[in-house]
Design a protein around this ligand. Structure first.
Ligand code: UDP
Length: 460
């Protein structure tokens, strides 16, 4: 049975029903972006018929463990008050993409639903029935909380480990996937917290699907950024203002940054979307706080400000690219020295050795005129960066890999080609002919060049 394009949204929504309040955010986002998804699908089918047609229709279990009651995270509830939205956003985009790509989805956010799907799958015959349908599960997409829930179904988990894909924003380095390796190397892999609460699942590193493309160990799943829509009007005229919107929707993210905000006030007009700002706080004096905005109003504001200013947290959220998509310049807070699990409390328990050189290292690759990376604690450099950004006037921009089209194409290939169940498979993916081989001497020359370059810079 081949996967056909499926643009029936009602059909998708009927599958998001086990705990209705868990899906309020997803449904809103999917509905708002449906015409963009639909258009992107049509374009992909036309431009890349080879990749989009002839794919196997798969039965995919999507289990969002972080929304289950047992996780006690209350993410769905917190989304109304400014809690982490990045995860909800990525799952919404993932579900919409898989459905449009024509797969059969079983969506769950609770242990009862999970149990039913698993039991039904286990009862099903291994081969398709006469009508060509099978309830066997081909792919299980979940998160770490969900994986814990799956451990209660031991036999199913053992038999299907190779079918798991873990949605894992920050990624997992190979040193943390094997719990025995971690136990033996705890000291060099850890700073003050020698724990590995999120790792140790023994999955192949590429079974971890990340938010941004950042480590070659893992697989880039990504998310989609809205295209700027004509019908969304700016709140005020961008050209006649010097407005900077500070990135940080909860007050704790602004903690200790009085000096930074003071510097911004000296050169621009400061706007905020803080859900819980205390009115008496001097930091919020002279700040236009709009409170947490719904998406359309947030986009109107992003169309009006010239700058979207990162103040160091949250790390690697989607918002900077939403701002760039509406024509604002993102100022990316640089970390010097870089933050990692060895020196930062937030990253201490994350199963990765990645070094964050800034709030959003991916934006460093995008660069001017869309993003400027600067040490925000150096008031002179920060003011200079804001003044530069106020004059840049970039056109709205969505990088291809973060567009609906890019995400659909990527996911079509990931679902069809990634295979961790057949280690002997000869036609492995990505294809070997796409690999770039560097000879040892090339690497040697490169490192020599870097050494020479660094010496010259130091000498001057
Ligand atoms: N957001 C919103 N209203 C606001 C501020 C932010 O809806 O007033 C949304 C924003 O559009 C983005 C989401 O919050 O899609 C997540 O933003 P962030 O980058 O802060 O990441 P998080 O820490 O929530 O994962």
């Amino acid at each position: 049975d081949y996967a056909q394009m499926n643009r029936n949204m009602t059909d998708l929504f009927s599958k998001m029903s086990d705990v209705p309040r868990n899906y309020i955010y997803h449904k809103k986002r999917i509905e708002r972006m449906w015409s963009q998804w639909s258009k992107a699908a049509a374009t992909n089918w036309e431009k890349h018929p080879g990749a989009m047609s002839g794919r196997r229709k798969q039965n995919i279990l999507v289990h969002m463990g972080f929304l289950a009651k047992e996780s006690k995270l209350n993410f769905a509830e917190k989304s109304k008050e400014g809690g982490p939205l990045g995860e909800l956003l990525q799952w919404s985009d993932l579900i919409a993409s898989l459905h449009i790509l024509g797969h059969q989805l079983y969506i769950s956010t609770d242990k009862g639903t999970l149990k039913n799907v698993i039991e039904e799958a286990e009862r099903a015959p291994p081969c398709p029935t006469m009508d060509g349908k099978s309830k066997r599960i081909d792919l299980i997409i979940t998160d770490i909380m969900g994986l814990r829930g799956l451990k209660k179904h031991r036999a199913f988990l053992v038999n299907n480990k190779c079918r798991i894909r873990l949605v894992d924003s920050f990624g997992t380095h190979v040193e943390f996937t094997d719990k025995f390796y971690f136990r033996d190397h705890k000291k060099e892999l850890s700073g003050s917290v020698p724990k590995n609460p999120w790792g140790g699942h023994g999955l192949a590193p590429q079974q971890h699907w990340t938010f941004f493309p950042h480590t070659d160990d893992n697989t880039f799943l990504g998310f989609a950024v809205d295209q700027p829509l004509e019908e969304i009007r700016p709140m005020f005229d961008r050209q006649s203002s010097k407005a900077v919107l500070v990135y940080g929707k909860e007050q704790y993210m602004w903690k200790g940054l009085e000096d930074v905000i003071q510097s911004v006030k000296e050169v621009a007009e400061v706007h905020a979307t803080v859900a819980d700002a205390s009115t008496g706080s001097p930091m919020f004096a002279d700040v236009v706080n709009h409170g947490l905005l719904d998406t359309n109003r947030l986009y109107s504001l992003l169309r009006s400000v010239k700058v979207f200013l990162g103040i160091g947290f949250p790390l690697e959220g989607p918002a900077p690219f939403e701002a760039i998509a509406q024509g604002a310049v993102y100022i990316n807070a640089q970390f010097n020295p870089p933050k990692s699990r060895l020196n930062d409390g937030f990253l201490a328990e994350k199963p990765t050795l990645r070094e964050f050189t800034s709030q959003l290292p991916y934006a460093e690759r995008i660069g001017r005129p869309y993003a400027i990376t600067v040490d925000i604690h150096n008031s002179t450099l920060l003011k200079k960066a804001i003044q530069e950004a106020l004059l840049l006037n970039p056109s709205p921009y969505v990088p291809k890999e973060l567009s609906t089209e890019g995400m659909l194409l990527r996911l079509a290939l990931l679902v069809e080609k990634q295979d961790f169940c057949n280690p002997d498979k000869t036609d492995s993916w990505p294809p070997a002919n796409q690999m770039q081989v560097f000879s040892f001497s090339e690497l040697f020359i490169k490192s020599l060049f870097n050494y020479y370059f660094v010496s010259v810079v130091i000498a001057h």
